[in-house]
Write a protein that binds this ligand. Sequence first.
Ligand SMILES: N[C@@H](CCC(=O)N[C@@H](CS)C(=O)NCC(=O)O)C(=O)O
Length: 236
Amino acid sequence: MSTDTDTDTNTETVSFYGHWICPFATRVAFALAQRGIEHNVVNVPPLAVRGPDFVLPSEFITNSPRLEIPMLRIGPDYLADSMPILEWMEQRIAGSSLMPSDDNGRAEVRQRMAQIDQLVFRPMIGIYYGHHPERIAQSCAALSAALAEIGQWLHQSDWLVGSEPTLAEAVLMPLYVRLDGLRALGFTDPLPLAIEQHRQRCTELNGWAAVQWTPDETTEFVGRFTAYRRKQNAST
Ligand SMILES: N[C@@H](CCC(=O)N[C@@H](CS)C(=O)NCC(=O)O)C(=O)O
């Protein structure tokens, strides 16, 4: 893995604005922990989870153009949006990189990140925001097809790109974090063996401990979306 960076700003304060329930925030939380980057955590619940008295931090309002988590501060600078944040962390914070040192390897990681984002996130979110059984079944089928394709990548290596975990693992991690919740919400297909083995390996990484859900968090996630489905179905 590369230790090349444009500038060494490891002495700068890093603050992470996120929330456990947000899959995009999980990507950044994982990368911070996996890389061992010291940081402050500022909990910013998404709108649907926010209590009525919650006040958004002023610097979040100023620096997250869509008012979305995750947002990261490095020294005086801020950035929102998970994929650009992951890249920015690589440029701004030296050491323990999650990118290969060669251009081809980096290009492959970026390609895999984009593929995971496109293939996995839409059906994954479609499962828990789905309320019509047919749409939920379609999302489950699309997620299984995505995992079958990603499973192929793992036939050459233990990791999604090359011989070590990379930012591609950071992008996929939210699936593994909420898998039990997805199961409870109707995703019953077995994981391809290569994906199950990859999931197991990921749970042994340092970053996993920072993002894994407690049983209570899984229960809260399932309860929220069960109630959401009930409400949607009652109004249609
Ligand atoms: N493309 C963004 C999406 C981020 C996003 O959708 N965040 C949600 C929470 S999971 C959010 O903050 N929504 C605004 C809100 O709920 O207040 C990324 O990859 O970071």
